[in-house]
Design a protein around this ligand. Structure first.
Ligand SMILES: [Zn+2]
Length: 334
C-alpha cells in the first residue's frame, strides 16, 4: 500500500511557501475502522469526503505551525452531521471521527450537511502538550458563511478565511477526498520580515505590515492562481511530483525531504483492547454477565475511531478470573 506523505517546499527568493499532503494508508484505516463498526456502519460518501478534507487540512495546519500540542479541527453542524473532528499531533499522528444523525442525500454539500440554518461553526483548537496550571487551549471559531452571510460550499473557503483572520496571511487551500485518498495543497504568503520581526512592541508593527500586504503580493497571487487551477481529480489521482511539475514548472522550487512512514502523517488512536478490558472489569462481574445474557457478547466501540472491541462469554470470564486461577495456556512446541 502507498504510505501517506507530506511534502514541504519554498519558492526560491519569493515570500511564498507550500505543502502537499496525501493521506492514503492513514485515511483508509480511519474509514475501515468505522466501516467495521456494526452499530454505526461506514460513513455516507459525502461525510467521508468532508472528514477526509478536514483530516488533510488539519495535517497541513499542524505542519505549518511551530506548536507542541494537538491541533484539533472541528465542525459543529446544525444539519445531519452534528460534529466532525480531525486531530493531528506534532508527530503527525492523526485520527478523525464524525457523528451523523438521520438521513443524508448522497450528493449533499457542506451546507446541507452542517450548515442548514447558517448556524454551523468551525473551530480550530491548539491544545498544548505540557499545560501550565490554569492554561486553557487556544481556540479560534469561524462561521460556515461568508462576510455577507452567504453559505460557503467548500471547507477550503472556510479555512482560508480563518487563516486570513488569525494570521493575517494570504492562504490558498485545495482539498479533496474519496474512499482511498485524502489530500490537500496549501500555499501561503510568508510573513513580512525585517526589524519588526522581533518580540515585544514591534509585533504590532509586524501585524500591520502583514495586513498591508494582504492580497497585494504579485508573486503570491500568481502562485495562488496556479495552485487554484488544481482539480479535485488531479489532487486525488496524481503523485506529488507530477502535481508540482504541472502546476509550478515555471517556478523554482526548493524542496524539503518528504515525510513518510512514522515521520510522516500516520493513523494513531489511543484506544486498545486492554483499555476496554479494564473498563469491563470496572463494570463488575454481575453487570458484564447481564450484558452477556442480553446480547450474547459485550461490544464496546471507540468513539474516536469507531473500532469495535468484542468480548464473548469466554473473554469476559477470563477478565474476572484472578491470574492465579487461570487455566494455563497450551504448551508451545519448541
Ligand atoms: Zn480508537
Amino acid at each position: 500500500m502507498v504510505v501517506s506523505e507530506l511534502h514541504k517546499f519554498l519558492f526560491d527568493g519569493l515570500p511564498v511557501r507550500g505543502m502537499i499532503v496525501r493521506l492514503t494508508d492513514a485515511w483508509q484505516e480511519i474509514l475501515a475502522r468505522r466501516a467495521s463498526n456494526t452499530s454505526t456502519g461506514a460513513y455516507p460518501a459525502p461525510v467521508a469526503e468532508l472528514l477526509g478534507e478536514m483530516t488533510a487540512a488539519a495535517t497541513l495546519m499542524q505542519a505549518n505551525i511551530k506548536f507542541n500540542g494537538a491541533l484539533i479541527l472541528q465542525i459543529f453542524g446544525d444539519g445531519p452531521v452534528k460534529v466532525a473532528v480531525a486531530e493531528v499531533k506534532p508527530d503527525l499522528s492523526l485520527r478523525a471521527t464524525a457523528k451523523v444523525v438521520g438521513e443524508l442525500s448522497p450528493d449533499a454539500h457542506l451546507p446541507e450537511m452542517v450548515n442548514v440554518t447558517n448556524k454551523g461553526r468551525c473551530a480550530i483548537t491548539l491544545d498544548p502538550k505540557d499545560k501550565l496550571p490554569g492554561q486553557q487551549p487556544y481556540q479560534g471559531v469561524v462561521p460556515l458563511h461568508g462576510d455577507r452571510g452567504e453559505k460557503l460550499d467548500r471547507l477550503s473557503e472556510v479555512l482560508q478565511h480563518y487563516m486570513l483572520q488569525s494570521e493575517q496571511l494570504d492562504t490558498t487551500l485545495v482539498l479533496a477526498a474519496d474512499d482511498k485518498v485524502a489530500a490537500g495543497l496549501l500555499i501561503q504568503r510568508l510573513p513580512v520580515k525585517g526589524d519588526a520581526n522581533l518580540e515585544g512592541t514591534a509585533a504590532g508593527d509586524r501585524d500591520q505590515a502583514n495586513e498591508d500586504q494582504i492580497g497585494r503580493n504579485e508573486d503570491y497571487n500568481r502562485i495562488s492562481i496556479l495552485a487554484s487551477s488544481l482539480t479535485r481529480d488531479e489532487l486525488l489521482t496524481l503523485d506529488v511530483e507530477t502535481i508540482l511539475r504541472r502546476l509550478f514548472w515555471e517556478e523554482k522550487l526548493l524542496r524539503f525531504e518528504p515525510q513518510a512512514g512514522m515521520l510522516g502523517p500516520h493513523f494513531a488512536c489511543t484506544c486498545g483492547r486492554e483499555r476496554v478490558a479494564q473498563m469491563i472489569r470496572g463494570l463488575g462481574v454481575e453487570e458484564a454477565e447481564g450484558i452477556l445474557v442480553e446480547r450474547g457478547d459485550v461490544e464496546v466501540g471507540c468513539d474516536f475511531c469507531g473500532k469495535q472491541y468484542r468480548f464473548d462469554a469466554v473473554d469476559v470470564a477470563q477478565l474476572f478470573t484472578a491470574p492465579g486461577d487461570q487455566v494455563p495456556a497450551s504448551p508451545v512446541m519448541q
